[in-house]
Design a protein around this ligand. Structure first.
Ligand SMILES: Cc1cc2nc3c(=O)[nH]c(=O)nc-3n(C[C@H](O)[C@H](O)[C@H](O)COP(=O)(O)OP(=O)(O)OC[C@H]3O[C@@H](n4cnc5c(N)ncnc54)[C@H](O)[C@@H]3O)c2cc1C
Length: 243
């Protein structure tokens, strides 16, 4: 359930391992956050591998009796989908509610992520956050990119010239099957994105593993476009604000 990147890759994995997979999503296409032609290409590939791809199917309830069934609404028509096992891949949330962060004065955004400023500082000056828990992009390469900034700022924040500001940059990702589908977008809105996109070598995505390519897309473009250590970055007096 859920035809985002994780749902699609798990669907394909289990289909290739021998399961008969039905992939459902309430959106009218797989990878609903990507361009429509990317969705169409991937849907063709998944169907070609034998996956039953059901878009515009909104899960309503599960019924577990002699047979397990998912009841879905397909544009006003109730559809029964029998299953043995279900994998729910409809998005991830940071588990931050029970950590006592509010008591420390660390704010949370509506989606559960920790409020940080452009230096990845939380509301408590010596507590930083990076990765999925800080958002906004839940990617391995974004987590490692942020970790570098958070570590440098935590260690050297007393030296303004050394602070790294996570203000500008590009973030990209690559889906492996059937051939890599890549995207890159702005981390924060800046006019330089157009030139970054032009210079991005998209051909390389077809032959390089997802994480390496994505990391390269993110770190080379991001670090060049983000304020590097020792450049114009200056500490901000602003407190972090919720999104
Ligand atoms: C199925 C799946 C596929 C994915 N595929 C990709 C992909 O192809 N490419 C990509 O870029 N990203 C992918 N991601 C996302 C990627 O895994 C995350 O963005 C990345 O792991 C974030 O790193 P992190 O260090 O912020 O968090 P995590 O990797 O989640 O690490 C957080 C760690 O903190 C621990 N922890 C949590 N709470 C506590 C606590 N209270 N006390 C102590 N420890 C705690 C957890 O056990 C965990 O080990 C995928 C995610 C999933 C679920």
């Amino acid at each position: 359930m859920g035809a985002g990147p994780i749902g699609c890759e798990l669907a394909q994995s289990f289909q290739r391992l021998g399961s008969q997979v039905t992939l459902i999503d309430m959106a009218d296409r797989v990878l609903p956050k990507e361009d429509a032609d990317v969705s169409a290409l991937l849907a063709d590939v998944l169907r070609g591998e034998g996956i039953d791809v059901l878009t515009s199917h909104k899960a309503v309830r599960f019924e577990v009796g002699a047979q397990k069934r998912l009841i879905a609404d397909n544009e006003g028509v109730s559809v029964e989908i029998p299953f043995d096992e279900v994998i729910v891949a409809v998005g991830r949330r940071a588990h931050t509610e029970s950590l006592g962060l509010a008591e420390l004065g660390i704010g949370l955004n509506r989606d559960g992520t920790v409020v940080v400023d452009e230096y990845l500082r939380t509301g408590v000056p010596n507590i930083f956050a990076c990765g999925d828990v800080a958002g906004p992009y839940q990617f391995t390469h974004m987590a490692s990119h942020q970790a570098w900034y958070a570590a440098v700022n935590a260690l050297f924040r007393a030296i303004p010239e050394v602070q790294g500001q996570l203000r500008r940059g590009a973030v990209g990702d690559v889906y492996r099957p059937p051939k890599s589908l890549a995207w890159v977008c702005q981390l924060m809105k800046r006019k330089r994105t157009a030139s970054m996109l032009k210079s991005l070598d998209t051909n390389s995505h077809t032959s390089i593993a997802r994480s390496r390519t994505a990391k390269r897309a993110a770190s080379s473009r991001c670090s060049r476009s983000a304020d590097p250590i020792g450049s114009s970055a200056r500490p901000s007096s602003r407190r972090p604000r919720a999104n």
